[in-house]
Design a protein around this ligand. Structure first.
Ligand SMILES: Cc1ncc(COP(=O)(O)O)c(C=O)c1O
Length: 430
């Protein structure tokens, strides 16, 4: 049998495309993972504050979810079923409807897309355009919605957009609440675009947003702003699309991120943690009156990955049975306390933002954009995997598992604080 050299990263560096990204920050082999911990081939343990970019909210190899998946596999359950009727899909839909949607007064149809987040974003944009017979979409500066052409057109980051090779049209970008522009009333601006006969903008099919911009640098919209946005969409009959791919599934403290404002989007996009176990899955939930799809108008081979349905139902069971929303409260408070009381005072230029279990430490006011990278590298050396996001990657983004235990959380925050203090010390001594 061919012996593979497993301990070298040179295979990747020599043979895998330059397009690879996360591995550049963490250039070792990873082999085991449990809960909030990853193990490298060097047997070194790393606390994971990236959690596969938010696709493992319930931890690596969550015992309960694993048990359901293994049971299903050992019974030779169908694994790939296109969009045919299967028991795992039926159970997932029924369980989510009964335990998650109905108690929240949400009346939505389910649509499975295939199988990455960006594909569901494509489907949402298509649907909104076909329902309204309008072409334009409003999106927000700092928003991230994926890499395929439709999703890229509503994603703001220029380095991603420039790689598209074609014009990305029909989108108007609006400043996010308290984002790049402080104290700018974006919603007044939207109303001006819609009312002023000289605005140059047509009424859009949809407004798409993340209620917390994650890749954009952790900006959380206020409840009041979200309520007003919903009212504007109602008034002008614009479809409100909430991209909950990264900040749904409990990340902000409630299952859906928009719950805090008590609003109902017309279309909700879920992916990442919805399958519970890191399995690829993406889906839309939308108001029944929008369901004008004709059969097969948005198809995809891998919409039928049954393990994602098994994992997804098990994840919801776990979510309810482990009282995750309650147990998260003290963890979120601890993170906020350490960031505000111990890390922010290290330098007055540091800004802290966040909600629930997503937090950002913004170094954008320092005139050296290399600072966050040096801090995350130091964290990695000391056993913490954490990435930066936002404009010029100046925001260190904390994305721990929702189920992280207190001791591990304390340890991670200590590593982070030490790395920041170390880097700030270097700046002042140089
Ligand atoms: C808010 C949001 N939308 C869409 C996407 C795209 O999802 P995927 O990478 O699975 O295509 C992401 C990925 O990070 C995301 O965070």
């Amino acid at each position: 049998m061919l012996e593979l050299e497993t301990s070298s990263v040179s295979v990747f560096e020599n043979l895998e495309s330059n397009v690879r990204s996360y591995c550049r920050s963490f250039p070792i082999h990873f082999c085991h993972a449990k809960g909030s911990l990853l193990q490298g081939e060097n047997k070194k343990e790393y606390i994971d504050f990236l959690m596969a970019a938010g696709s493992l909210n319930y931890g690596h190899n969550n015992d309960y979810i694993k048990e359901q998946v293994l049971k299903y596999i050992s019974n030779d359950g169908i694994i790939q079923g296109l969009d045919m009727y299967t028991q795992p899909k039926e159970e997932f839909i029924s369980y989510m409807n009964e335990t998650l949607l109905k108690p929240r007064g949400l009346d939505y149809k389910f649509m499975f897309c295939g199988p990455t987040g960006t594909n569901a974003v494509e489907a949402a944009l298509k649907l909104a355009r076909n329902v309204t017979k309008r072409t334009g979409v409003f999106s927000f500066m700092g928003g991230y919605h994926g890499m395929s052409l439709g999703s890229l057109s509503v994603t703001s980051c220029d380095s991603h957009r420039n790689a598209s090779g074609v014009d990305l049209n029909n989108v108007t970008f609006i400043p996010y609440e308290d984002g790049y522009l402080k104290n700018f009333d974006s919603l007044n601006y939207i109303e001006a675009l819609l009312n002023d006969t000289h605005s140059g903008a047509s009424r859009p099919a949809a407004i798409i947003l993340e209620t917390v911009q994650a890749e954009g640098g952790v900006f959380a919209a206020s409840k009041e702003w979200l309520v007003r946005l919903r009212q504007i969409c109602d008034k002008y009959e614009i479809i409100l699309i909430c991209d909950d791919i990264q900040v749904g599934c409990g990340r902000t403290g409630t299952f859906f991120s928009f719950e805090r404002a008590n609003i109902q989007p017309d279309i909700v996009i879920l992916s990442k943690s919805v399958s519970g176990y890191g399995f690829p899955m993406s889906m839309l939930l939308f108001k029944p009156e929008l369901d004008i799809w004709k059969p097969a108008e948005h198809n995809g081979t891998f919409r039928g990955f049954q393990l994602a349905f098994i994992g997804g139902k098990a994840a919801l069971e776990y979510y309810h049975n482990s009282n995750l929303e309650e147990t998260m409260v003290s963890k979120s408070a601890k993170i906020e306390r350490v960031l505000r009381d111990e890390i922010a005072p290290l330098n007055s230029l540091i800004e802290i933002r966040g909600i629930g279990m997503i937090w950002g430490i913004d170094f954008g006011k320092f005139n050296d954009v290399s600072i966050p990278g040096k801090i995350t590298r130091r964290c990695f050396e000391n056993g913490l995997i954490i990435e930066s996001a936002g404009r010029k990657d100046t925001v260190i983004k904390l994305l721990p598992a929702l189920v992280i235990d207190d001791e591990t959380l304390d340890r991670a925050l200590k590593i982070l604080k030490e790395a920041i203090a170390w880097q700030l010390e270097q700046i002042t001594t140089n």
